[in-house]
Write a protein that binds this ligand. Structure first.
Ligand code: NCD
Length: 323
């Protein structure tokens, strides 16, 4: 993707379609702003009027629980007006009908589109057609990218490890079909992680040429060994037809995160998972609920990161509207 596609003429970020091309300083600014919105559970949620007068449309054409709800809450907690559309696209002529929907919403004064789509290229296509004051955020594009997930993963690591430089991070599971892995790797590498391992059975490894700078490991024990962070991923069954991947119990035996395998990581290693998770397939349920799991913190951080992204992208618009 052209790095300039998501920027205004002055270089500022207008859309968030990918983390590719974002500088370390830009990531750090987003994460710092996000941390400002983090609250302990039980405290009131953060609120501001930074997006008052702005209308946000969430358009999700793939299932989503956490991402959709957290984008909605993020926009509302910034004072924006929010509409949610669950678009049924079974037989859509992609492009045209999607753009008709977008233009309709623009005519209804929607200023920000949050898009999740199973097809590659949709967020960039929409971004190329919207009016100049409108911003587009990707909430997950095919297997390719999930920028706010990459940001929330980075924020979670920073909260627990204070820095990314010098860490050993293993991302394990279905790397091949994972937009989470792709965006997390961009974030971690930009923030200085050198020992970044992608751990997967051969059939779930990405093609050569992808994940440059990461070490490929097919043995889970070896992949996790000595790590500070272990991120487990779900098998993205909906993205491929493959019968060579062992199912359920067999996958767990060969590749799941068990207590014995986690014991190979550093004693203070944290365990992450973007969810939805399959307990007893890629991760032992007791680990997911255990003291080293930061999985629920990832969810909490998701709202904070999405608030930060919405604020930063819509800042010029909000400023023009007197905010
Ligand atoms: C992920 C996704 O949709 O890419 N979920 C999420 O956004 N937290 C991961 C998945 O579906 O496995």
């Amino acid at each position: 993707m052209e790095m300039t596609e998501q920027r205004r003429a002055d270089g500022s970020l207008r859309h968030l379609l990918t983390l590719e091309g974002l500088s370390r300083a830009e990531l750090e600014a987003l994460l710092e702003r996000a941390q400002h919105h983090v609250r302990r559970l039980g405290e009131p949620a953060p609120r501001s009027n930074a997006l008052e007068g702005v209308t946000v449309a969430n358009m999700f054409t793939e299932p989503s629980t956490r991402t959709r709800v957290s984008f909605e809450l993020a926009a509302k907690r910034l004072g924006a007006e929010v509409v949610n559309l669950e678009v049924q696209l079974s037989s859509r002529v992609k492009g045209e009908s999607m753009l008709d929907t977008i233009f309709t919403l623009e005519a209804l004064h929607v200023d920000v589109f949050v898009l999740r789509d199973a097809e590659a290229g949709v967020p960039a296509m929409v971004a190329a057609h919207v009016a100049p004051h409108v911003s587009v955020l990707s909430a997950g594009e095919a297997h390719l990218s999930h920028p706010t997930q990459g940001l929330l993963d980075a924020l979670t690591v920073l909260q627990h490890k204070r820095r990314c430089d010098g860490l050993s991070i293993a991302i394990a599971g279905d790397i091949r079909h994972s937009r989470v892995a792709r965006s997390a790797c961009h974030a971690f590498q930009t923030l200085g992680v050198k020992d970044l391992r992608i751990v997967a059975p051969e059939a779930l490894m990405p093609d050569p040429g992808e994940f440059n700078g990461c070490t490929r490991v097919t043995d889970i024990a070896q992949g996790i060994g000595g790590c500070d962070v272990v991120m487990m991923l779900r098998i993205q069954k909906e993205r491929f037809a493959n019968t060579t991947i062992p199912a359920g119990d067999d996958y767990f035996r060969e590749f799941g995160l068990t207590p014995a395998r986690l014991a190979l990581a550093k004693p203070d290693a944290i365990v992450m998972h973007p969810q939805p998770m399959n307990r007893g397939v890629e991760i032992d349920g007791a680990i997911a609920d255990g003291p080293r799991s930061v999985i629920r913190q990832q969810v909490t951080n998701g709202v904070a990161v999405r608030m930060a992204a919405l604020e930063i992208l819509a800042a010029p618009l909000a400023a023009r509207r007197g905010r």
